[in-house]
Ligand binder design. Structure first.
Ligand SMILES: *Cc1c(COP(=O)(O)O)cnc(C)c1O
Length: 219
């Protein structure tokens, strides 16, 4: 099933939109099947789980962190990930920068935007994004390459549209600022239920779990 699911999604994606498998709770075998079907980016939410999958599969594909990164995991994250999509504070960025400097790596990162502006949610508020990116742009071992957002949790993908539009506008504004050492290239938004809406609003990286692997049993 995984193969068929991926072929179908890939055939429907417009040119220039990349597919990322959101692989939380999936086994290395399931992830391998996805890779065999042509998947090139694997998203992971937890560093420990990512490390296990990484040990089984290795640098055959690009590994992206899409869950909240704890500062004390920065060293491992620096080593195994090809991109961190969830940077939302200077503290996290600085820790990651130091960990990357130790291994001579420049880490591409996306800034997670709390587009729903909900107090409990991860991500930086839209109005705080520009100053945060300005500050991060001074770090040598981190390179901002775009934005990521979760939008809103809802059954109806149309409910997410305003948040995707808001994030897209912010993306365009930041791009127009032409900040040195910042390349506004990736806009990561959209999940199984909402990726078509996200693509209509400018997403070029979509993170899909359920529609590739089936319903998750554990969270
Ligand atoms: C789980 C997850 C997804 C994918 O969710 P599905 O609804 O299973 O497609 C996307 N992004 C993040 C950050 C996730 O944690």
């Amino acid at each position: 099933m995984i193969k068929e699911n991926i072929k179908k999604i890939l055939s429907e994606l417009p040119e220039g939109v990349r597919l990322e498998a959101a692989a939380k709770t999936r086994t290395p075998d399931e992830i391998k099947e996805a890779i065999d079907a042509g998947l090139e980016i694997i998203g992971q939410n937890y560093v420990q789980e990512a490390e296990r999958a990484w040990q089984a599969i290795g640098p055959l594909v690009k590994w992206h962190m899409i869950g909240h990164l704890q500062g004390n995991k920065a060293k491992i994250a620096a080593r195994i990930f090809d991109m961190i999509e969830t940077v939302d504070s200077m503290k996290l960025a600085s820790g990651l920068d130091r960990a990357c400097a130790e291994i001579n790596k420049v880490m591409p990162v996306l800034i997670e935007i709390n587009s729903g502006e909900e107090a409990q949610k991860a991500g930086v508020l839209p109005t705080d994004a520009a100053p945060l990116i300005q500050a991060i742009s001074k770090l040598r071992n981190i390179k901002v390459m775009g934005l990521m957002t979760m939008g809103l949790f809802s059954e109806n993908p149309e409910d997410s549209r305003p948040y995707y539009i808001k994030t897209r506008r912010l993306f365009d504004e930041l791009k127009a600022k032409d900040i040195p050492n910042v390349e506004m290239k990736y806009l990561s938004m959209g999940m199984s239920d909402s990726y078509m809406v996200a693509i209509e609003e400018g997403a070029n990286l979509v993170r899909i779990g359920t529609k590739i692997f089936g319903t998750r049993i554990r969270k």
